[in-house]
Design a protein around this ligand. Structure first.
Ligand SMILES: [Cu+2]
Length: 345
């Protein structure tokens, strides 16, 4: 289609208005870039709005649970804007689109005391909205999220941030303990060019790092594997021979032993990938305290798998030693391995 000159001018004019409008809207709806510093995982966060109003967003329960529903609550006062939804996005990794639609809370009929309800700067009663959703997790460790409140008319407030999992201050110590049944297991894996059943007990005498993940994982697994690779590089060749990394796929529908071998070879050739059927995978994960949940596929059939992202440390007797939280620096991984390699435990 070819636009006439007046049509083009009109379009250009509309574009100028749109851009100018956007420029005008942007600073007005983004008055507090520092709002992102408020951690919703710790408290309710407040933002000033363009029209002098005030927006408060809170999430319960806290600490933010994993794989459990969240209730979000938006309170707005002194503003004509109407919030319609809160969009949640993973900051460290793309976890898809997660929207909590907001429904206006019923206005309290008669305030119990003359002082209520809360009033905004202009003296208008605060309106409140709530919704709930479940945010996916790919980590039992902390994971950064952002929340954007959307308004009718598609405008959205700047991002609020929060962390799921452990709080910002309380990062788990290097080796966390857990109630783990553990035990031997056997799953198909690629041993060089040959696929065969591989058992944990084959690695007696070695320190084992056991990780549950999947090769399509966009961010969390590669991060963990990179840190493990860095840790392995810090060991002497003698120490390194006595460490075995086992990567159990939580995505048996897509991962194969060969695919895992090629993927893991990128990080360290001695890592072994194991992939069983659904039941076997679930049994091993349960025994070692890992969890995962396959998410619904999008229209193109793509899906992600939420999963715990700690690394389990197992001693030379096949016993649980502890867990390294996701993102543990390589030095912490080495520190967890050294006592096992030295035979001091
Ligand atoms: Cu992953």
């Amino acid at each position: 289609m070819k636009a006439s000159t007046p049509g083009t001018a009109l379009l250009a004019g509309a574009l100028v208005v749109l851009v100018a409008g956007g420029v005008w809207l942007a600073p007005r709806l983004h008055p507090g870039a520092a709002a992102g510093d408020c951690d919703l995982g710790e408290r309710a966060c407040v933002q000033a709005l363009a029209d002098g109003g005030q927006l408060t967003l809170s999430i319960t329960p806290r600490p933010i649970p994993t794989l459990a529903p969240l209730t979000v609550r938006v309170e707005i006062s002194g503003s004509t804007l109407t919030p319609t939804a809160v969009d949640f996005q993973g900051v460290d990794m793309d976890m898809g689109s997660n929207r909590a639609p907001l429904v206006a809370d019923a206005t309290p009929a008669t305030p119990a005391t003359p002082a209520t309800p809360a009033r905004g700067a202009d003296g208008q009663a605060a309106r409140s909205f709530s919704g709930s959703l479940q945010i996916p997790v790919c980590s039992s460790g902390r994971m950064r999220w952002q929340a954007n409140v959307r308004f009718a008319g598609e405008a959205s407030a700047p991002a609020f941030h929060f962390w799921s999992g452990a709080s910002r201050q309380g990062r788990p110590s290097a080796l966390a303990q857990a109630e783990v049944a553990g035990g031997d297991f056997t799953l198909p894996g690629a041993d060089g060019g040959r696929v065969r059943p591989i058992s944990l007990h084959e690695f007696r005498g070695k320190a084992v790092l056991l990780y549950f993940g999947y090769t399509y994982c966009p961010d969390i697994c590669p991060t963990s594997l990179t840190l493990i690779r860095e840790a392995l590089a810090q060991l002497s060749s003698e120490e390194r021979r006595r460490v075995q990394v086992l990567f159990v796929s939580v995505d048996p529908a897509r991962d194969t032993p060969e695919h895992l071998r090629d993927y893991l070879g990128f990080f360290a050739p001695e890592m072994i990938g194991l992939v069983g059927d659904r039941e076997e995978t679930a049994r091993v994960a349960r025994a070692w305290g890992a969890f995962y949940q396959v998410q619904p596929a999008d229209e193109k059939g793509r899906y992600s798998v939420d999963h715990s992202a700690f690394t389990t440390v197992i001693d030379g007797e096949g016993r649980f030693v502890g867990r390294l939280a996701h993102g543990s620096p390589s030095a912490e991984i080495v520190a967890a391995l050294r006592p096992l390699l030295a035979g001091t435990r």
